[in-house]
Ligand binder design. Sequence first.
Ligand code: NVA
Length: 308
Amino acid sequence: MSLQLKNFLADDELNKEQLLALITLAINIKNNPADYSQVLAGKSIAMIFEKPSLRTHVSFDMGINKLGGHALYLGQQNGKLGERERVSDYAKNLSCYADAIVARVFSHDSIQGLAEHASIPVINALCDLYHPCQALADFVTLTERFSDLTKLKLAYVGDGNNVSNSLMIMAATLGVDFTLVTPEGYEAEQSVIEKSQAIAVDSGANIKTTTNIKAIGAQDVIYTDTWISMGDEDASKKAELLAHFAPFQVNHELMKNADASVVMHCQPAHLEEEITTELFDSEMAVVFQQAENRMWAQNAVLTSLFSQ
Ligand code: NVA
């Protein structure tokens, strides 16, 4: 299937047809993995990780293996991106050997630098601004559960971060009703909100933002993520931050108030902070379905990139 994708860097690069095609492909690969077992035969994927990872590392490594390819993990042993050598040189060197680059980086600029200078596709495996592989997997999970996404009401409660940015942009593209609920001072960047609202004009999506948890309204699904993202840790401010976020904890009471039946979390979860253990372990949580779908969603992206 050709989606005319050169890279997979940020959610706003995909239109509705491309996103729906990726979701359908992910579900098809999940149901018929043997049909895709040679997609990456003879291909090698370099995976750069500037930050820790469990799901992203394992799901890319094992997913690439399931497509018949070879994955190479590059941690920090070669020095920080852009310090030991320029991002452009890193990209050009990897292009000599690899067929694609998967990168988890601190700054979106690094992802853009890699894509600009590599002659091979680059996939964003999380940066400060976006986490498109996660959002794609989440909309695969929501499609499995609800089928018609345009009737879905999804609220994200917590820190306005890379995960909420990607969800908001993809929700806008897909025509999903999306409410972003964040504490004051932790809202999404205005540019991302404006981008999502502009995309929503075409799709008919309703994109709302609020800092009032009581204004969450009726929802089908509530999503949350850590209150402190990788790279934002500051031990001296932690107690103050936890107190500021406390009213935004996702728990059974919030689920009941919003009349929501499904709770999502990209993990790792900080139990008793952004979500209660009881809710995370409950039947309402689809967190391991989300985790599994990371692999199928990423395999859909890889299959599309290599089927041009
Ligand atoms: N917002 C989190 C997501 C982790 C998968 C972070 O960036 O640390």
